[in-house]
Structures are given as structure tokens and as C-alpha cells.
Design a protein around this ligand. Sequence first.
Ligand SMILES: NC(=O)c1ccc[n+]([C@@H]2O[C@H](COP(=O)([O-])OP(=O)(O)OC[C@H]3O[C@@H](n4cnc5c(N)ncnc54)[C@H](OP(=O)(O)O)[C@@H]3O)[C@@H](O)[C@H]2O)c1
Length: 347
Amino acid sequence: MTVLVSGANGFLGTAFLRQLGRPVMALLRGSDHQQRARTLTRRTGVPVTAVPGDVRAELWGLRDDLGQVRGRVSAIVNLAGVVNWAAPWSLLSAVNVEGAHNAASLAASLDVPLLHVSSLYAAYDFADEVPQTLLPEQADLTKYERSKIQGEWAVADVCGEHGVPAWIARVGALSGDLDQSPRFRDGSLHVPFTRLVATGSWRVFPYAAKARLDIGPRDVVAAGLVKLLDARPSGVQVRHVCLGAKAPLIESIVREAAASQRGQDVVPGPIRVPARWLQRASLLADRGGQGPRSAALIGLRYFASGSVFETSGLDRDISLQSLVRTLGLPHRTEPPPISSYYGEWPA
Ligand SMILES: NC(=O)c1ccc[n+]([C@@H]2O[C@H](COP(=O)([O-])OP(=O)(O)OC[C@H]3O[C@@H](n4cnc5c(N)ncnc54)[C@H](OP(=O)(O)O)[C@@H]3O)[C@@H](O)[C@H]2O)c1
């Protein structure tokens, strides 16, 4: 038996396959799906069999291949997603909502459990401590956040109706791998946080006092997802795969990053602003354009919330220094001790 995975060649998907360490069937788009499966096998070290499809299609487009898949698959993992915050609603909704709905219908049709990957941002700023339960869709979410929470409800509705056991795993922001391997790239050049701070979009780094960033190395998060997959849920259950109360303050991440870089001014100076300014600017940008500048502005809200996410945590202790090392910023191997530069930083 194997696992059917969508989004297997994405940023989190490749890390998931490496942590899983066993053969998978990957739903891959495009006529070159066989070639993509071979590349994925090379990139992850696990044997990958391709099935052509698209999560936007009913039963992921597998209706004709259902006979082949049935009986060979013990679970479905839905990692496909549109993660570009500035993408149009039509695309976000088709992949993140309809794709999730189709994942649940496929799991029901194959009579196997589902692991659906969502985001902590589906519950953005919901409460001081966000519970691991399905939550109502709040006002003032961005398009991306709305698509992720609606995806969760689509999974819950279909799985609830058909009695399919399902994990809805809300994942925090991702950095590169904590354990670097000479065999594989560590992904740190693609970390969204780093792209936000290092693209030169901002001269200063605005953040709100007490704002936290729940960010975890993708290999550690992927290991958490594998652990969920190996434990059968009873009914539909929500789990936060993240740092929770150990999530660092934005301020400490930026200071650590600035202090540890090798003389390059990649990290802009931090400046404290009211949370509502960042949230307002973000929502305005969310109604605007679709380019990288809009995405950078939308991302401002992730430096504004002090919410802590209830969780049993990641299975590794991760120091702030090691976390910063996974961000892909230039860094010194021996940054100065925190106490020496914190004292000098303007309050
Ligand atoms: N990255 C983060 O910081 C982060 C944080 C929290 C949660 N998440 C969640 O984690 C999941 C994976 O994110 P990621 O960072 O790995 O994204 P990613 O690197 O952009 O990968 C997205 C994957 O989804 C696939 N995909 C997109 N549309 C598809 C469709 N219509 N049919 C089939 N496959 C499709 C892509 O396939 P192609 O290669 O064919 O394009 C790709 O493999 C998403 O649900 C996201 O919301 C990510």
C-alpha cells in the first residue's frame, strides 16, 4: 500500500516525501508527469509513481484511473495549494477550496483517511490562543486566508457526511531545512519570510510590539505531518503543526537575523508601528494588484499578530539562532551573543 499525495513537488511536498521515506503515488499535472516523477524521485530519494490529474477536477481527474488506484492507496495527503497571497480569488478558490473538497470526495470514494494541509493563517488573529478546532470564517481575512478556512470547512463537510477520518493540519510559516543534507537542497532560498525582508521592497522592517511569527523548518514540520499520517484520526480533527507558545517575537527574529548577517545590509532596520496600521495596509493591498509588491504588502499583517496557536509542538527544540540559520540569509557561523547587541538596540 502507498500514499497518494498532491503537491508532492512543492516546497513542503518534497520535504514531506523525504521525511516519509517510502514510495508514493504523486498526483502530477501536465503531459510530462512521468518525467516529473523521475525528477521528484531524484530530488527526494523516494520512488515516485505518477498519476496525472489536477486537484481542481472532480475526484482530482482520476475517475478513469480509479480502478488502478483503489486498493493500492492507504491514505490521501493533500499538499497542493496556491500560496501566492496576491493570486486572484478565482485561482485561490479553485485550488484551495474546490481542490480540498475534491480531496475529501476522493478519500470518501476510495474509503481511505485524508490528511489535508491547511495554514495557521486560516485562523489569523482569531484569539489570543487559537484552539485546534474548526473555526468560523472571520471578517477581515485576506483572500488567501479565506480560501484556506473555506478549504477546511469543505473537508470537514464532505468527510463528516461520508464518515471519512481526516486530519486538518494547520501549518505555520516555513523556513528551510534544519537538518541539511549534502544530497538535497535545503530550500532556504525559497523561504517566503526571507523573500519578504530581503527583496528590498522595504527600507525598514515594520512590526507590532508583541507580534509573533510561528515559523518552523520545513523538514521538522514535514516530520510532524508524517507523524499525523501514521496516527489514524477519529472523525475530523484539527491539529496545529507549529511552535505554538515557543514561537519567537518578530522583533527577536529580525534582531537576531540582523546581528548574525555577515556585514551585508540585507535585513532592514526594525521599526515598531501599531498593529492596526499593518493590518489595514495589508487588507488594502489584498484588494489591489497581483504582483510581488502587493504580496509584500499583504504580508505585513504577519508582523502584527500576537496570537499563540495551541499545539503539542514540534518534536525538536529549535533555538532562535538555528531558526535564523534556516532562513537563507547570509549569516556568520558564530553570531555575537544576544546580550551584547540587545543592550545597544533602540527600544
Ligand atoms: N510555504 C509556506 O510557508 C506554507 C505555510 C503554511 C501552509 N502552507 C500550505 O502548505 C501547502 C503546500 O505549500 P507549498 O509551500 O509547498 O506550496 P508550493 O511550493 O507552491 O507547492 C504547491 C504545490 O501544489 C501543486 N498544485 C498547485 N495547483 C495544483 C493543481 N491545480 N492540481 C494539482 N497540483 C497543484 C503544485 O504543483 P505544480 O508543481 O504542478 O505547480 C505544487 O506541487 C499549501 O496548502 C499551503 O497553503 C504553506
